[in-house]
Design a protein around this ligand. Structure first.
Ligand code: SF4
Length: 76
């Protein structure tokens, strides 16, 4: 099996954080997710449930506080 790169590891950590925040809801995180979601909704890279650039499920990605938009569209 190929070694995990730092990018893979960061992505995995973000997904774990994002799914945790799906199941244990936090008001500040939900506000951040709503702001990000509005941007993703206008984005040509958005697929139905995922970001077409990184392949991450948006439900978790939007709630992963340290995650970044791969196209630099999010403010935070
Ligand atoms: S590129 Fe950025 S704005 Fe577009 S769907 Fe992915 S995360 Fe959202």
């Amino acid at each position: 099996m190929a070694a995990m790169t730092k990018k893979n590891l960061d992505q995995l950590k973000n997904m774990l954080d994002g799914w945790k925040n799906v199941f244990i809801s936090d008001e500040e995180v939900e506000q951040l997710a709503n702001e990000r979601e509005e941007i993703c909704e206008q984005c040509p890279h958005k697929k139905k449930f995922t970001c077409g650039l990184c392949g991450c499920p948006l439900k978790a990605k939007l709630r992963a506080v340290e995650a970044i938009c791969p196209d630099g569209r999010w403010e935070k």
